[in-house]
Design a protein around this ligand. Structure first.
Ligand code: C6P
Length: 404
């Protein structure tokens, strides 16, 4: 078992007080906290090697380039990509998804179909809608059931030779449901469709193996996995990245520029125009090392215990309903109390030091399905404790009494 107190000592913010109360941070789905080693690595980069990459012959530029490329290889191994040039640095999941949808604008034709799921974050709905508007393709939606699970038979029935892309999240941000992505990828490939997995909520909890999954694209954000904000990764299979056009034009993504014609650089540079978030990319590697040192098996054990305890304790509260009751779940509990607006509960428990997210969680179709304005979402990380969950339950009970 993990020594949670020792781990918590790595995160300076966890010993802060908020509104005069010890911080209980349960908004990890929005962004995770950062360990000291990550915070220090940002300062060290700027103090010791700050320079632009892939450009200078001078020593600092080479040091910065090496550190950036070492980080890319580290992330390649972390997700088990075949080649490091299949790992693109981005500013986050949203950027990665938009890069892919932009690329498909030159591939899709009227009559083609894009399949998304009803469990998606807006970041994995809106770019595909925009793509369909641009190309005349049609958006199809995999429906969900009352447990918050995708209805797989309905997914099977949606697939045809018209299906060109299938996209789902690995884990739902609003409900915590883990989707059967291996099955979805296999079925989509059987009709010749490409598959993008939105891994934003998965990477803090597990180590995706993109070769085993056989997905064509896997997008995620660094800031949800102990890394800096403004960092992310888009994994793409070499053949797909070669097929797609560049997303942005600019420096470093070219082979040769004349006013008549520009030829593009090889992967990954074709998709990395301009000066990137160099410190962020390097330090994302530090965050990946940090998580691997803790070990994802240990992370999962701790998070399973937190989820089980939170589910049991919250259900003691009369009138409380949990959304997302399917079997396969990450450490997220989304709930409401009869007759009380989620925002009111969230605001009161914030005064008691407890940080949760309230609202639609950028997943309005899920809220529409349940006919609710939003939920209170507590999303746990390996550095959270059973005692913190008990503190949240007591705070929710208090808020309920005040609001009833
Ligand atoms: N979800 C949440 O509180 P960015 O903003 O690009 O780092 O990630 C977007 C995104 C895409 N997909 C999923 C499944 C996500 O959960 C998110 C971000 C946060 O749930 C902030 S809205």
């Amino acid at each position: 078992m993990l020594d949670i107190q020792k781990i918590r000592a790595n995160f300076p913010i966890l010993s802060e007080k908020v509104n005069g109360k010890p911080l209980v941070y349960f908004d990890n789905g929005a962004t995770s906290q950062k360990p000291q080693i990550v915070i220090d690595a940002i300062a060290t980069y700027y103090q010791e090697i700050n320079a632009n990459i892939h450009r200078g012959v001078h020593t600092l530029s080479q040091l910065a380039t090496d550190a950036y490329e070492i980080s890319r290889v580290k992330i390649q191994h972390h997700i088990n990509a075949k080649f490091s040039h299949e790992v693109l640095f981005t500013s986050g999941t949203t950027f990665g998804i938009n890069l892919v949808t932009n690329g498909f604008a030159s591939i899709l034709k009227p009559g083609d179909e894009v399949v998304v799921s009803s469990l998606e974050h807006h970041s994995n709905i809106v770019p595909w809608q925009m793509l369909c508007e641009r190309t005349g393709a049609t958006l199809k939606v995999i429906p969900m059931n009352e447990e918050g699970e995708l209805i797989i038979e309905a997914f099977d029935a949606l697939l045809s030779e018209k299906t060109k892309v299938v996209t789902v999240n690995h884990i739902s941000n609003a409900l915590g449901i883990i989707n059967p992505i291996k099955y979805i990828i296999e079925k989509a490939h059987a009709v010749g469709a490409a598959v993008l997995i939105d891994g934003a909520q998965a990477v803090p909890h597990l180590k995706p193996d993109v070769q085993d999954l056989d997905c064509d694209f896997y997008a995620f954000s660094g800031h949800k996995m102990c890394g800096p904000t403004g960092t992310g990764i888009l994994y793409g299979k070499e053949e797909w990245l070669n097929k797609l056009p560049p997303y942005q034009g600019g420096g470093e993504m070219i082979k040769e520029v004349t006013f008549e014609k520009t030829t593009y650089a090889d992967l990954p540079h074709k998709f990395e125009a301009g000066t990137p978030n160099i410190a962020g990319g390097i330090v994302l590697g530090t965050a990946v090392d940090y998580l691997n040192n803790i070990g994802f098996e240990n992370i999962q054990k701790q998070e399973e215990a937190l989820l089980a305890h939170a589910t049991k304790r919250l259900l003691e509260i009369e009138g409380l309903r949990i959304y997302g009751t399917g079997k396969n779940k990450a450490s997220v509990v989304s709930f409401n109390i009869d007759g009380i607006h989620p925002y009111d509960i969230g605001s009161i428990i914030d005064k008691l030091g407890i940080a949760v997210r309230t609202g639609h969680h950028c997943a309005q179709p899920i809220m529409n399905f349940f006919c609710i304005p939003g939920t209170i979402r507590a999303s746990f990380s390996f550095y959270n404790t059973i005692e913190e969950i008990d503190a949240m339950v007591e705070a929710v009970k208090k808020a309920k009494t005040m609001l009833s």
